[in-house]
Design a protein around this ligand. Structure first.
Ligand code: NAD
Length: 480
């Protein structure tokens, strides 16, 4: 298939343009390590224009009403679905994921837009019974104001939709800084919104030096809210900066997600679910299962079946139809993941299986399952964010829960059991924002998405997602 990859500019006040100094940076195809295009770099002057555009557009967008805003979001969803066949190869070229996964992401981005369009129309306030008959007490839900949104490269389009959908639906304007590794997919999303009728300035897109952009935009007095998806260390830095300037924040950070497979589970179904989900997007998913804890009686059977699954996974360019798992997004990520694996092995871990990783020019990492990994190894404590899982046996449910809760992360957990008693314990005792029992399907538009502990706070899905873009304003009025 012949696909052309576009260069990406900044979107400021409704116009695509280069940065003030005309600086551009290369974008790589991770399957070939070749330069495929460039993106424009924003300078402080561009950031100031973007933030002023978001500030100027706010009042009219707030006052446009939820129905008008919702119809623009719904029309953008229609356009994304119509354009999916051209947007998917472009996403695969910059990010690496197989074409089918890229197409699914475009379609799920459209679903998210539809969901948030409806949620904006349901941003209900409250009427509070008053103590006197001539008094009315109301809580009005109003948009918080211009938002700055930072999104990562693993789902270049849908991560941005989660923030934009909620913000735009309730009347906020946005300056977004999507990922520099994958700039074209977020730009294509922005174009769909513009083509659907989004007014100039309501959405502005900037790329550049992430820390410089954050340091400029977060303290800016026009900006009222910060939303970030990415790693825990960067999230903590940005949360501290936002706290210093008293900005509201949503933080969707990393995880180190445990899976508990009990002896009473359907072992084959559990293996298929864990293997399939682990290798989706080459493991570059914040809710990817990482620590697989298997009850001792089924441990050997589970390990053998998992190894068989992993061996069969074909890696390659995401544009090739036979590819089940693509490359990692960047050389930086290959070095990070391979480094964690090598370190664990040097500290005594065993490689249960190392899957397909024919030497290629691109940024490939073989899918790998480790056993006997020391709890002090870095990979047991830091999010690997790649196609690697660790398998460990456990004897009692107490032991499994203690291990699941061992780390400061608290994003997602998975459990496989046919026992209601075990299930009840997991629901009560696992310290996570999301728990899937006997399957792995999370992340749907109607489901809350977010973590606890170091994994962040706030929710980026479900009926809760719009709350963080709304303020509650009390109005109490006496009839005189
Ligand atoms: P990174 O922390 O350097 O970057 C992650 C994202 O944050 C990127 O999109 C980057 O542009 C942005 N970023 C980095 N520094 C920033 C700053 N100071 N201000 C604003 N944005 C900033 O890490 P990476 O090497 O790209 O990815 C590795 C780690 O990031 C992973 O191990 C994982 O923990 C995390 N990550 C998480 C998610 C998620 O969905 N929660 C997605 C991608 C990456």
């Amino acid at each position: 298939m012949e696909t052309t990859y576009p260069d990406t500019q900044l979107l400021i006040d409704g116009r695509w343009r280069d940065g003030a100094l005309g600086q551009r940076t290369a974008v790589y195809d991770p399957a070939t390590a070749e330069v495929i295009g460039h993106y424009a770099m924003a300078e402080p002057a561009d950031l100031e224009e973007a933030v002023q555009a978001a500030g100027s557009a706010f009042a009219a967008w707030r006052d446009a009403g939820a129905y008008a805003r919702g119809s623009i979001l719904r029309q953008a969803a229609v356009l994304l679905r119509e354009r999916a066949d051209t947007l998917a190869p472009c996403m695969t070229m910059e990010m690496g994921k197989p074409l089918a996964e890229a197409r699914a992401e475009v379609m799920s981005s459209a679903d998210l837009l539809d969901w948030f369009a409806g949620e904006g129309q349901r941003a209900y306030g409250q009427v509070i019974p008053a103590r006197s008959p001539n008094v009315t007490q109301m809580v009005l839900k109003q948009p918080v104001g211009p938002v700055v949104a930072f999104t990562p490269w693993n789902f270049p389009m849908s991560q941005l939709v989660r923030k934009l959908g909620a913000a735009l639906a309730v009347g906020c304007t946005v300056v977004a800084k999507p990922p520099e590794d994958t700039p074209a997919s977020p730009a294509a999303l922005a174009q769909a919104l513009l083509d659907a009728g989004l007014p100039p300035g309501v959405l502005n897109i900037v790329y550049g030096e992430p820390a410089d952009i954050a340091n400029y935009l977060i303290p800016h007095p026009v900006i009222r809210k910060v939303s970030f998806t990415g790693s825990v260390p960067v999230g903590k830095q940005l949360a501290a900066l936002a706290g210093k300037h008293m900005k509201r924040i949503t933080m969707e950070l990393g995880g180190h997600n445990p899976v508990i497979v009990c002896e009473d589970a359907n072992v084959e179904a559990a293996v298929a679910a864990v293997a399939g989900f682990k290798l989706r997007n080459a493991g570059q998913v914040c809710i990817s299962p990482t620590r697989v804890l298997v009850q001792r009686g089924i441990y050997d059977r589970f390990a053998a079946a998992l190894a068989e699954h992993v061996k069969k996974v074909r890696t390659g360019s995401g544009l090739e139809p036979a590819t089940a798992m693509g490359p990692l997004v960047s050389e930086r990520r290959v070095k990070a993941v391979a480094g964690l694996i090598q370190e664990a092995v040097s500290e005594g871990a065993q490689v249960l299986v190392e899957g397909d990783a024919a030497p290629r020019a691109g940024f490939f990492q073989a899918p790998t399952v480790l056993t006997d990994v020391s709890l002090s190894s870095r990979i047991q404590n830091e999010e690997p964010f790649g196609p690697v899982a660790m398998l460990s046996p456990f004897d009692t449910i107490d032991e499994a829960i203690a291990e699941a809760n061992r780390l400061p992360y608290g994003l997602a957990a998975y459990a496989f059991t046919s026992s209601i008693r075990n299930s009840q314990r997991f629901q009560t005792e696992l310290e996570v924002g999301m728990l899937a029992i006997n399957h792995t399907l999370l992340g749907l538009p109607e489901l809350p998405l977010g973590g606890v502990k170091d994994s962040g706070y706030g929710s980026e899905g479900g009926s809760e997602a719009i709350n963080s873009y709304l303020i509650s304003k009390l109005v109490t009025q006496a009839a005189v």
